[in-house]
Design a protein around this ligand. Structure first.
Ligand code: HEM
Length: 321
């Protein structure tokens, strides 16, 4: 640690109620506001106390040192109830086995096939902008990201109507996920629209995934995609139970859709407010792609584009990955 960090506190006995209601009304805004109170901020609602790291050095340290900052605690327990036992939620000893099982689905040999889906989606969405005025960038990036995730996971179940319906469910799921995670289980059934939408979306996503898993099991000969690789995965000769496959699929949706969409939307925003970078980015893309959509082999020839994405998302890579 090089920087001097400050420790702050949110919510005295008096303001704890105000903090709780601000948090429930708009968790994102509440958590973002904490940075003004310190680099590490203690928050307390009733008997519950938590700490929020608001400084990049702290978050980096927490993310890179998973022995000291082992995953656990009430938030993780709740997340496990919601998204099941997957890489995001599993304890260290389960996590190792799961990583070994899932690694083959992310082998570099498969990336060109996934990238082809990304090329198609990016082209379809950006083509649709030609005759439109303003577009809602966050919504458009979510559409690309959700489409790519679903189509790489289930290449056999990609008819347009199904994907559109699932994109809607993913949106409702993401909107209620955080609130549902932080509420105590006793309040899970609160009649709040965001929570109701979340519960329905979660059920629909799980039911759909279970149906697709059953279809794939019934016909294992069909072409490879991420789901077929997950179903074929073996660790020391032992495969993956269907219920665990469903947990992994849901976790990829949770971990992959909004993160990617937000990174893309922020990248576009940052490029728009840095005209010199925008000019150089256009020059690179025009030079390499000459008007056609980017394909996987192009990535190596687009260093500035790669820098824009890397700088936007921050360096979250762990050593040795
Ligand atoms: C730009 C987009 C993304 C960002 C910024 C991002 C960020 C992160 C971060 C910071 C972690 C570490 C969390 C921790 O250690 O507690 C993580 C883990 C994870 N991400 Fe992403 N992610 C992105 C895209 C994706 C996508 C597309 C997928 C789905 C295929 C995904 C699946 C996962 C999974 C499964 C983990 C847990 C890995 C493990 O613990 O072994 N992420 N992500």
């Amino acid at each position: 640690m090089t920087t001097e960090l400050t420790v702050g506190r949110a919510g005295s006995a008096w303001s704890a109620l105000g903090d709780l209601s601000a948090f429930l009304l708009d968790p994102g805004r509440y958590l973002t506001s904490l940075a003004a109170r310190g680099d590490l901020v203690e928050i307390g609602f009733g008997s519950w106390t938590g700490y929020v790291a608001c400084h990049p050095e702290l978050t980096q340290r927490i993310l890179l040192d998973d022995r000291t900052f082992a995953k656990g605690g009430p938030l993780l327990d709740k997340a496990r109830d919601i998204v099941g036992n997957s890489l995001i939620t599993s304890p260290r000893h389960v996590h190792r086995r799961q990583r070994r099982l899932l690694q083959p689905a992310f082998h570099r040999d498969h990336i060109p096939r996934y990238a082809a889906v990304m090329t198609d989606q990016a082209a379809a969405v950006s083509d649709s902008w030609r005759d439109r005025g303003n577009v809602d960038v966050v919504a458009e990036m979510n559409a690309i990201s959700a489409n790519v995730t679903l189509r790489t996971l289930f290449s056999r179940r990609v008819d347009e109507a199904v994907v559109q319906a699932l994109v809607g469910e993913i949106k409702k799921f993401s909107e209620g996920l955080f609130l549902s995670m932080v509420l105590p289980a006793a309040l899970d059934r609160l009649p709040v629209p965001r929570l109701r939408g979340f519960r329905t979306a979660r059920e629909r996503l799980r039911t759909f995934t279970a149906r697709v898993v059953a279809d794939y099991r019934a016909d294992p000969s069909a072409p490879q995609d991420m789901l077929s690789l997950l179903l074929a995965a073996r660790d020391e000769g032992i495969g993956v139970e269907d219920s665990e496959v469903i947990d992994h699929v849901i976790s990829f949706i949770v971990a992959g859709v909004e993160t990617t969409a937000n990174t893309l939307a922020w990248a576009l925003h940052l490029v728009a407010i840095h005209p010199e970078v925008e000019r150089r980015l256009h020059a690179e893309v025009d030079d390499v792609l000459t008007g056609r959509p980017a394909r996987y082999p192009d990535v190596a020839n687009l260093p500035l584009t790669r820098c824009v994405i890397t700088e936007t998302s921050g360096s979250t890579r762990r050593p040795g990955w």
